[in-house]
Structure formats: structure tokens, C-alpha cells
Design a protein around this ligand. Structure first.
Ligand SMILES: NC(=O)C1=CN([C@@H]2O[C@H](COP(=O)(O)OP(=O)(O)OC[C@H]3O[C@@H](n4cnc5c(N)ncnc54)[C@H](OP(=O)(O)O)[C@@H]3O)[C@@H](O)[C@H]2O)[C@@H](O)CC1
Ligand SMILES: [K+]
Length: 511
């Protein structure tokens, strides 16, 4: 799904009204009606008090439409207008009048903190103060209003975006943003929903299709893409009946050091479970028995050193090399990596300590193979590209790094983001239970296993990240977040594949 900027959405709005000969007011009525339908379906006429807080722009206009519709349907509604300026939008004003003529009552005007209403914990709050037209942080009594609403225990529903948040710009005042329980957003999720500093204000959201011009949206290059099941279904390569293991590649996993041999076990097993035809693990001598005993399907090559990797040599042509988990950053390992990168012409998946070795040694950075897939967590990313001021600065710096080095960078996080030049692809699976040791080693193995099978670097990155998160979600369904460990993720890779094309269960037919 495409993620558009505020500017693009405003243009889409214009294109829609022009091309389809509908007015902005009709578009607003349609958008507000959809929010009303969403609420009505869930509330079924319940007389829970609903407080709607409207600004004076079009987001406020949406709030007025919702309020009018709810009142017409007999709900217990109170509407407030935060009159922070007199520059009210045209559609707001028309809807303001419509509220009066339909309900015989004006919304309550709020001019200062004295006008804040009393709210009970079981009441519902609807936030229509600011939408994507916010252009500076809320201040004064408006900021106080946001804080007052945040103090309430009531359920908070934001229209389009939690007020105070920019859709695609860094947050300036985290104290002036509605902490929404749920957000109903128009047409496209906003980039802010997926970034750590701003995503915390959007724990749950749903996209409401308000019918913006499909052709315009299709033609417009979005600022990012959200990768969900619908997208990854297209990536999947079906296996052919007359295929053999040689067709699914031979992955080499270079991982582990004394005390961290588990990392190589996790990566190698994950590469196998993802479908690599053959997997060989290259480990320090001390890892030999552990690997042979724990994964009989994996072949093992060992370094001459007992405790660490010092010289990576092998006697076959790997289709891909996954390198880094648990290897440490000792001088000898750095030298081995430099040699590997300069002498080998195969696709690489580079993770963990291999990334640290690159960041700490300019001579290794210089031989970083083009088209590699790098999978840093934020700490490793910082070592690679330097510090950033905010999430957007982080994305810009990563784009630059990706362009300069011609590599794919997967920034791991709650929503992992694959950066390929200027393009951003946002993963939509995973859960907080996956923040556990070894989870990244599993991902490295999975992406390596997919490249081995012939998926190109970008597809392998996106598909692997999706499956990793989906498998983690399936573990969480039975074990919860806390008990989830990295090995569990591997055990659910098969289920994650099956789930790609699983049909939803049919309700049993009534006799
Ligand atoms: N996309 C679509 O197709 C559709 C979009 N729709 C809806 O429109 C929304 C966007 O509406 P919008 O552009 O009128 O902006 P919105 O956020 O309501 O208000 C901004 C107003 O506040 C002001 N202002 C800004 N910052 C401020 C601050 N800190 N403190 C105080 N004032 C501040 C600013 O005025 P300024 O003072 O800068 O002149 C402006 O007047 C969108 O989110 C969605 O809900 C739907 O109707 C359906 C179709
Ligand atoms: K809002």
C-alpha cells in the first residue's frame, strides 16, 4: 500500500474534486459519513456520551459531519469547537451552520482553558482538532486542551491523525499530541505511524477509503510503501514439481565465536527452514560438534582457530553468504572479512558484528560489496551512518548511505524499513515479543535462505522480513510476548508460508 505525504494528499483531493466533478464539501460529507458508519456499527445506538473536539480547519469540518450524523441517529453527543483562530475553512463553516440547522444547537465554542468540559472515564472522545494541515506545534490553551484530553481515561478516537502529529515531518513537541487509542485515517496511512518517535501515538489505525482519484494515486510516486500480505503474495515463487535441491541454492552462513555459537545455529536453521537447498555453516573450530549435533541437515566447515573466525575458506561455490551473527570484532576477524569481501563475487547478507567491523574499519567499508543486504538494528546503524537528530533525519542519512554504497539497508525495529536508494519499504508484521536475543540471527538466516533460492535482493529482504514477523506473530498467539524466544520463530516459518494463501475460515452453515 502506498504511503503519501500531506502535500500529495492535498493534491489528490484537488484532482478528485476536479475530475469527478464533486465538491470538497461532498468529499468531507463522504469522509465524515464513513467515520459515522464505523462508530454506528460498533455502538449500535448505545447512549454512551460522545464528546467531539473540532478545530477550525477541514479536520474540524470532518468532526462536525460525524457529530451531526451521530445526533441525527439519536446518539448522546456534545460538540466543541476549539476557536484558536478566526480563519475557519469554508467547509468547516458550512458544516458549522449545518449542525445548527439540523440539531437546533450550536457546538460549544472554546476560547480558553476555562471552557474545558467535564469528561467521565466511560465517555468517548473524538479528536478532530488538527489533521494533516498542522503547520506548527499547538501552543497555549490548545496545547493544554490536548494535555487535558490525554489525562482523561476515556477511549480516544482520532480522525485522520492524532492532533499535534505531522504526517511526514519530525515532531517538535511531544507534549502536544493526542495519545489516541485508535485512529481512522483517510486513504493512506501516514509515514509518522511507522516511525518510533511518532508511531507511539498511533497504536492502532484503520485506513478509510474516501474515494480519492484512483488514477492520480496510482500515477503518483509515493514517499514509502507498506508491505503487507497482499504485496508479499506476489513475491512468492511456487516450487516446480521436477525441481531438485540444486535449484534452491547453497547458502553459506559465516557466524559464531566462542560463547556465541548459538548465533550460527539459529541463522543456519532459519536458512534451511526458509527453503535453501543446502546450507553450510562456517564456524570457529569450537562450534563443530554443537552444529553437527543440533542440526543434522547443515554441513559444517571450521576455521583453523578454535574461538574465532580468522580465515574464511570453503571448497564450493555458495549462491549467497550470510555473515556476521556472533562473530565478534577482533582484529583477525576483521582481516578475514576484508579478504572475504574483496575476493568473493556472490550476494551478501551482512548483519550484527560484521556491520560493526565495517563501521569501525574504513578499509573494510571500502570493499563493502555492492548490492549487499545490510540488516542493522538502530545501534549498528548509528555506527555505520553516524548519529541523527530525528527519525526523518535517520531515513535521509540511510538513503544517502544506501545510494553511495549501492546496498540495501534494512533498519530493524517495530516496523522494519528497507531503504533502497530513495525508496522506503515498511514492514507490517512482528510484535514486541520479538525484541529478544537471536531474533536478528534468525532474520539473517531467512533472508540468506531466500536469496539462495533465487529471490532477488530486494524481494528476499521484504519477503524475509515479512515472514519473520508473521512467524513471530504466530508464536505470540500461543505463547504471548514474554515467552517468545528466537528458536520459536524458526519453528513457525512453515506456518507463515502456509498462511500466505490460507483462506479465512468459513462460518459453519446454519441448518
Ligand atoms: N485529503 C483529503 O482529500 C481530505 C481531507 N479531509 C480532512 O482535511 C484535513 C486537512 O484539513 P486542513 O488542510 O484544513 O487542515 P487542518 O489540519 O484541519 O487544520 C489546520 C488549520 O489549523 C491552522 N493551524 C495549523 N497548525 C496550527 C497550530 N499549531 N495552532 C493553531 N492553528 C494551526 C491552520 O491555519 P493557519 O493558522 O496556519 O492559517 C489551518 O487553518 C485532513 O486531515 C482531513 O481530516 C477530509 O475532509 C476529506 C478529504
Ligand atoms: K485529528
Amino acid at each position: 500500500m502506498k504511503i503519501f505525504s500531506a502535500a500529495q494528499l492535498h493534491k489528490a483531493d484537488e484532482a478528485t474534486t476536479k475530475k469527478h466533478n464533486i465538491t470538497q464539501l461532498e468529499l468531507m460529507e463522504h469522509a465524515g459519513t464513513q467515520i459515522f458508519n464505523w462508530l454506528h456499527q460498533r455502538m449500535q445506538g448505545a447512549q454512551v456520551p460522545i464528546h467531539i473536539f473540532c478545530g477550525i480547519g477541514n479536520n474540524g469540518g470532518d468532526g462536525l459531519v460525524v457529530g451531526r450524523k451521530l445526533m441525527e441517529a439519536g446518539y448522546n453527543v456534545e460538540m466543541y469547537v476549539a476557536n484558536f483562530t478566526d480563519k475557519r475553512s469554508k467547509c468547516f463553516l458550512i458544516n458549522y451552520d449545518r449542525v445548527k440547522s439540523s440539531t437546533k444547537k450550536w457546538p460549544k465554542l472554546m476560547m480558553s482553558a476555562e471552557d474545558f468540559p467535564e469528561i467521565n472515564p466511560e465517555d468517548i472522545l473524538i479528536d478532530a482538532l488538527f489533521g494533516i494541515g498542522l503547520n506548527r506545534p499547538p501552543e497555549g490553551w490548545v496545547k493544554k486542551l490536548i494535555q487535558y484530553l490525554n489525562e482523561q481515561k476515556s477511549f480516544k478516537l482520532s480522525i485522520d491523525i492524532p492532533s499535534g502529529l505531522y504526517p511526514d515531518q519530525a515532531l517538535e513537541d511531544a507534549e502536544a499530541v493526542i495519545k489516541a487509542n485508535h485512529t481512522l485515517t483517510f486513504q493512506s496511512p501516514k509515514l509518522a505511524f511507522f516511525l518510533p518517535e511518532t508511531g507511539k501515538f498511533v497504536p492502532y489505525y484503520e485506513v478509510i477509503d474516501i474515494g480519492l482519484d484512483a488514477e492520480y494515486l496510482q500515477k503518483t510516486e509515493s514517499i514509502a510503501q507498506l508491505i503487507s500480505k497482499q504485496e508479499v503474495q506476489q513475491f512468492y515463487k511456487q516450487r516446480e514439481k521436477f525441481s531438485h535441491k540444486g535449484m534452491y541454492g547453497h547458502a553459506l552462513i559465516v557466524a559464531g565465536s566462542y560463547g556465541k555459537i548459538g548465533a550460527s545455529v539459529l541463522s543456519a536453521r532459519a536458512a534451511l527452514r526458509s527453503g535453501a537447498g543446502l546450507v553450510t555453516a562456517f564456524v570457529p573450530e569450537c562450534g563443530y560438534e554443537v552444529l553437527q549435533a543440533s542440526i543434522p541437515e547443515v554441513m559444517v566447515l571450521t576455521d583453523t582457530e578454535d574461538d574465532l573466525i580468522t580465515d574464511i575458506s570453503y571448497d564450493f561455490e555458495p549462491s549467497v553468504i550470510g555473515v556476521g551473527p556472533g562473530i565478534g570484532t577482533k582484529k583477525e576477524t576483521v582481516t578475514a572479512l576484508k579478504k572475504l569481501f574483496s575476493e568473493t563475487k556472490v550476494p551478501f547478507v551482512i548483519d550484527a558484528d560484521a556491520l560493526n567491523c565495517i563501521a569501525e574499519n574504513e578499509s573494510v567499508m571500502k570493499v563493502l560489496p555492492k548490492n549487499s543486504i545490510l540488516t542493522p538494528h538502530p545501534g549498528e546503524l548509528k555506527r555505520l551512518i553516524g548519529d541523527w537528530t530525528d527519525d526523518y533525519d535517520k531515513l535521509e542519512k540511510t538513503k544517502k548511505f544506501s545510494e553511495e554504497k549501492e546496498v540495501i539497508v534494512l533498519i530493524k525495529g517495530a516496523h522494519s524499513i528497507a531503504v533502497v536508494g530513495k525508496q522506503l519499504y515498511i514492514n507490517n508484521t512482528g510484535n514486541p515479543g520479538m525484541a529478544t536475543g537471536g531474533s536478528g540471527d534468525v532474520l539473517t538466516g531467512m533472508i540468506t535462505g531466500l536469496v539462495a533460492q533465487g529471490y532477488d535482493a530486494l524481494l528476499a529482504t521484504l519477503f524475509g522480513t515479512y515472514l519473520h514477523g508473521r512467524a513471530g506473530n504466530m508464536v505470540a498467539e500461543t505463547k504471548g510476548f514474554e515467552a517468545l524466544i528466537a528458536s520459536d520463530i524458526i519453528e513457525y516459518i512453515g506456518d507463515a508460508y502456509l498462511d500466505l494463501f490460507a483462506q479465512p475460515e468459513q462460518e459453519p452453515q446454519q441448518q
